[in-house]
Ligand binder design. Structure first.
Ligand SMILES: CC(C)(COP(=O)(O)OP(=O)(O)OC[C@H]1O[C@@H](n2cnc3c(N)ncnc32)[C@H](O)[C@@H]1OP(=O)(O)O)[C@@H](O)C(=O)NCCC(=O)NCCS
Length: 188
């Protein structure tokens, strides 16, 4: 089995949505439109891990087909408090991004425990650093807090989260900023 990580595209979204519904409890299932808006806002930061199986049934190279989606990561630039779940985001930010927001990651059950999650995290970290982001943030729900702690995220105190997250905690990780490229990033 050969799994590779590449940038997500719109054609992946129905498989991404199906995996979200499989991996998360009902409360966290989002409309495809909400996922699509994250991809529009962060096209360089939304990733998929796909199993390459040679050629698709249509004879096209498998790189554009997501029938074999193993995992995904949705992330986008953001400023202010984390956006509510389930809602579509505006196509562009009205102010400079302060940080990269990690919206959601899921690995399909049969591929969990193979470090795909940490590989996606590393790929995203490299992209975030390339674009000059100094900080990553996410909202950890359920038992995920300990998972993100292992990946170097710490809890932030005193920040109100939208009720759509339920029982959750805001977490962040600081990066060393490198080259600013393509995004306007300001210090928080
Ligand atoms: C959490 C998740 C993304 C991890 O992906 P993965 O590729 O299986 O994880 P890795 O192989 O990189 O890491 C495995 C480690 O994470 C731990 N882990 C997996 N899921 C966890 C969870 N929900 N909470 C806490 N720890 C978890 C495993 O116990 C394992 O620990 P170990 O290294 O000490 O043995 C995946 O299990 C998943 O999709 N879960 C359902 C959706 C979810 O909870 N997403 C994260 C919140 S957005």
């Amino acid at each position: 089995m050969n799994i590779h990580i590449r940038t997500m595209n719109m054609a992946d979204l129905s498989a991404v949505h199906a995996l979200q519904c499989r991996a998360h409890p009902d409360h966290y299932h989002e409309p495809v439109e909400a996922l699509a808006s994250r991809l529009v806002l962060g096209p360089d930061f939304c990733l998929v891990a796909v199993e390459s199986a040679g050629v698709s049934p249509q004879g096209l190279p498998n790189g554009g087909v997501s029938a074999s989606l193993s995992a995904y990561f949705l992330a986008h630039p953001w400023a202010g408090d984390p956006p509510p779940l389930h809602e579509a985001l505006p196509g562009r930010l009205s102010e400079p991004a302060h940080y990269l927001f990690l919206h959601d990651m899921a690995v399909c059950p049969r591929r969990q425990g193979l470090a795909l999650g940490s590989q996606l995290h590393d790929a995203l970290l490299a992209r975030a650093a390339r674009h000059g982001f100094a900080e990553l943030r996410l909202v950890a729900v359920g038992t995920a807090r300990s998972y993100w702690q292992k990946l170097g995220f710490g809890e932030c105190d005193g920040v109100g989260l939208h009720s759509s997250y339920g029982d959750a905690v805001l977490m962040r990780k600081l990066l060393v900023p490198q080259v600013l490229a393509g995004y306007s990033v300001s210090a928080a």
